[in-house]
Each structure stands twice: as structure tokens, then as C-alpha cells.
Design a protein around this ligand. Sequence first.
Ligand SMILES: [Mg+2]
Length: 301
Amino acid sequence: MDEFEFIDWIRQQPSIKSDVVGVGPGDDCAVLRIDREQVLVTTDQCADGVHFLLPQCGAEAAGYKVMARNLSDIAAMAGLPMAAVATVMLPHGMADKDVQDIYRGLRRSADAFGCPLVGGDVGSWDGRLLLTVTLLGRPAVGKPILRSGAKIGDAICVTGTLGGSLPSGKHLHFTPRISEAADLAGRVELHAMIDISDGLAADLGHICRESGLGAEIVAENIPLSTAAEEAEDPLAAALSDGEDYELLFTLPPEQAELLIKEQPLAPGIAYIGQIVARPEMKLRIGGKLQPMEPRGYRHRA
Ligand SMILES: [Mg+2]
């Protein structure tokens, strides 16, 4: 079973009815209603050998990455982080400095967004380093932006550049787009948003599926990173490498035109396509429209 099949199965199981749950499993964060406030909750883990290679990147970068991945999921809902807790499973015999470096990395990432690290749990085992962070947040403006809110005719936009996050090292050193998402939420009418962790094609697939719609992307409008340009197939790198941690969002096309003209965000914004009624994803290369598979990284049991 791969991760998405498992999540689909979970979503089919009977759940406890509760007034507290606004949004359950299947988005970047859950949304809880607590005292009329909306609280975002997300959790993400990073394992040595899967999400990072400890001997190559070091413990500080591993700590940074796991916190930043969680912050990116809060950004995906146009949220601001409130507090984090972290769980670490240390391999037996890890050096004291490395243990402290994990904490330093967690803090470097969280401190950049004024997010306090308020607790967690420490264990040790015969396995490799495993880090887990849980983050609470709140909507930056009004309500959280879900994957399911895309509308027919919406423009599809993306921040920054895509592809090659492994060779470029971006997957370890990215800046979560918290401030960019908050800026967008205050500036335009965001309909749907997600952070690109699995890859543009796969994550756009999540928006389409949750919104019950399709998409048409114009290949030449996809912003390629330098690392993607150096890849054997730059377009494939931008579509499916993943771990870009950029924002993918939909909004009314006239507002997207204005964003493109004004370019209010430092990483840049590209207008790459539109949401369509037919629930399929298509890619326009040259004049030709071809199917776009929602391919990307999948964890598999
Ligand atoms: Mg996400």
C-alpha cells in the first residue's frame, strides 16, 4: 500500500463526530474549531536514509528540515505558526554535539517565524535518527485555504522555481513560504492552495481531486530552477522531483494577471495554467495538449 492509498482507506473509515473538527484528514493541516477560533494542526516526520542522509548533511540540517516541512504545511493553508512540539528518536551512541545540533536546527527554522518550541519527547533505539514535529497554527487572514476550494476558470499560479531540489540541496535549506502565503491571503482571493512537497503534477492532482475538477498547464510557463535546467529532462524535473516547498494556488484569473504584473513576492510568481471542469490534468507543450500524470514521490509500505 502506498501513502495515498493508505490515506484514502483512512478517510473511508467511520470517524467520531465532533464539533471540534472543521477539516479532518486529507489536507495539509487539520482545522479545529476551539472557542470559535480556527486552529491548524499538522505533523510531519523526517527519517535518516529517507528524507536526509545524516553523514552528508549533519544533524543541524536534519533538525532544520523537519521543522521547515511542518511550517510549509502551515503556509499551504495560509496560516501562521503558533507553537511546535518535537519528538526525536536518537540512534544509540549519537555524539552529544549532534544531539544538540538537532535542537539548534529545529530552533533556527522555528525562530525565523517567531514560533516557540514548547515540548516533545526524546527516545533512543537501534534504528537511525527519526525526527517528528507537530505544529499548531492559525489562519493569517480570515479562514484557512483548503485544497478543495478551486473553481472552474481559476488561474493556477506557483511561487519561486521548481525542480532539482535534491542536487541543489534546496530540500534541506528551503525557506517555508509562510510570509508569502500570508501576503497572498491578504492581497487576493485565494480559492485553493497546497505546498509542493510531492511534485507539481502530484500536488496539483491533490487540488484537482479534492475540488472535483481538472487542470490545463502550459509547459513553457512552468518556472524552472537552475538545477532543473541542468537536469536531463528539465520539464520532468519541475513536474515531479518534489520537495520544492513552493506554494501552488488558484485564484480568479484577473487577480492572477495583476499579481504577475505587480510581482509582490521576492521568490516571484508564475501563472502556469487554469482549472477546468473536466476532472483530468492536461499539459500543453508547444501547441499540443497531452495527458499529465500526477506522478511524484510516494512512500510505500
Ligand atoms: Mg503539504
